[in-house]
Design a protein around this ligand. Structure first.
Ligand SMILES: CC(C)(COP(=O)(O)OP(=O)(O)OC[C@H]1O[C@@H](n2cnc3c(N)ncnc32)[C@H](O)[C@@H]1OP(=O)(O)O)[C@@H](O)C(=O)NCCC(=O)NCCS
Length: 180
């Protein structure tokens, strides 16, 4: 049986933060290296509120009690429009086994449902990823995210991000937001 068939996608809690920190250090770590505090303190600061915030969703891919990856969504301020996939990673020694594909597909659905339970009807989810990160784009594509454009210089010169959007609701956006 494949590992991806043997994992569960669950909402994260505070006890999961050390394992999430480990996955981050292994993958996207440099995003949390700033200021005077340590890497671990910065990650703890970012995730400790998120795991219990009703307009955020941190989801983990678990094999038994072991955390293999996570996906983190935000809907701030709460609205019926679009919410962002803020971060998504699978630890390096577990990549290329289908875990990311399952995690992003299920976590996207779970986050949309969690918002719906509060009466929030999101229309889209969106994310940006580096133009060169083709593996991430493949996975996002399989989970229903479509490339909507490229943004040059998004986090500085030399960086081009692609923006990807997943439609999660057929409702039209309010009249005032429609393009004439
Ligand atoms: C992106 C990431 C989450 C994918 O997780 P994963 O568990 O390896 O994903 P999957 O095993 O489900 O991969 C699915 C597909 O993506 C593509 N892919 C994944 N890793 C790849 C690689 N290193 N090179 C080329 N294609 C790759 C393949 O098409 C693969 O399907 P296949 O194995 O059937 O060919 C993981 O590589 C990661 O954590 N990367 C670092 C952080 C990151 O880039 N996050 C997302 C951008 S913000």
């Amino acid at each position: 049986m494949k590992i991806a068939d043997n994992i569960k996608i669950k909402i994260a809690n505070k006890q999961d933060i050390p394992a999430i920190t480990w996955v981050l250090e292994d993958t996207l770590g440099k995003d949390f290296i700033y200021g005077e505090k340590s890497f671990e303190e910065n990650v703890e600061y970012s995730f400790s509120k998120s795991v219990s915030h009703k307009n955020e969703g941190v989801y983990v891919a678990k094999q038994g009690e072991e955390i293999l990856g996570f996906a983190w969504f935000m809907n701030h301020p709460p609205n019926n429009g679009t919410a962002i996939l803020e971060m998504f990673a699978v630890r390096k020694d577990m990549q290329r086994q289908g875990i990311g594909s399952r995690l992003i597909a299920e976590a996207s659905d779970l986050f949309v449902k969690s918002q719906k339970q509060q009466g929030i009807n999101l229309r889209t989810l969106y994310l940006t990823t580096n133009l060169s990160n083709k593996s991430a784009q493949t996975i996002y594509g399989r989970a229903g995210y479509k490339i909507a454009g490229e943004i040059e210089g998004f986090v500085g010169d030399g960086n081009t991000e692609v923006i990807m959007i997943k439609k999660v609701n057929d409702t039209l956006c309010p009249e005032r937001y429609r393009t004439k």
